[in-house]
Design a protein around this ligand. Structure first.
Ligand code: GTP
Ligand code: MG
Length: 195
């Protein structure tokens, strides 16, 4: 994918603010700090379009980024941040559920997990939730540069086993530092979004 143009569009707090132009959407879910914003920046070859310095756990909006006028990345608020109150967590759940259930332009969800660690209980819940809605999904293991190459297969196996991923669900290794996995992920996205 040749990036001709990329821009931040909106931090949407609810459906009335979601774009209405029908352009396909690819959403990114994952723990706070897993590397969602860094992945968006690397995919778009932008240093700091998606903010990587936001206060963790505080963003309760869906952040829309538009690419070449033909695709959106939708950055979900990160989960798993300890200091978030129960009511904030519930609000988060409601917003995400509503989006996942009723969002017609949604073509693919990227679930990000950290290659270094076994997926958490919340990662497992998120994965099950996404499977339940039968939305096409790809799991992306981030921070691959932090694990030595010889250990990759072992870590990938643990991720597949812990999430209970069937063989047909893709698992892509990614690094925002080295750009590893970028081409593979673009192919996946373009295929799913039919662009
Ligand atoms: P929230 O917005 O809080 O949900 O976090 P996030 O998922 O957007 O994470 P973010 O992209 O802000 O990255 C968190 C930290 O991890 C930053 O310090 C990044 O530089 C670092 N990081 C992200 N991806 C990678 C990677 O592939 N390799 C390495 N070495 N560091 C990474
Ligand atoms: Mg972020």
């Amino acid at each position: 994918m040749k990036i001709k143009q990329s821009e931040f569009v909106i931090s949407a707090v609810g459906p009335s603010q979601y774009p209405e132009d029908g352009i396909p959407e690819v959403a990114l879910a994952g723990r706070s700090n897993v590397g969602k914003s860094s992945l968006i920046n690397k995919m778009l070859l932008r240093r700091n379009l998606a903010r990587t310095s936001q206060q963790p756990g505080k963003t309760q909006t869906l952040n829309y980024y538009k690419i070449n006028g033909e695709l959106y990345f939708v950055d979900f608020p990160g989960y798993g941040y300890a200091k978030v109150s129960k009511s904030e967590r519930e609000a988060w759940g409601k917003m995400i559920e509503r989006y996942l259930r009723g969002r017609d332009p949604l073509k693919l969800v990227l679930q990000l997990v950290d290659l270094r660690h076994p997926p958490s209980a919340e990662d497992q819940r998120m994965y099950q939730w996404l499977s339940h809605y039968e939305i096409p999904m790809t799991v992306v293991a981030t921070k691959a540069d932090k694990v030595s190459r010889s250990q990759w297969p072992k870590h990938m196996k643990i991720i597949r086993q812990t999430l209970g991923m069937p063989g047909h669900v893709p698992l892509i290794l990614f690094s925002s530092e080295t750009g590893q996995g970028r081409d593979e992920l673009w192919s996946m996205i373009m295929q799913s979004a039919e662009i």
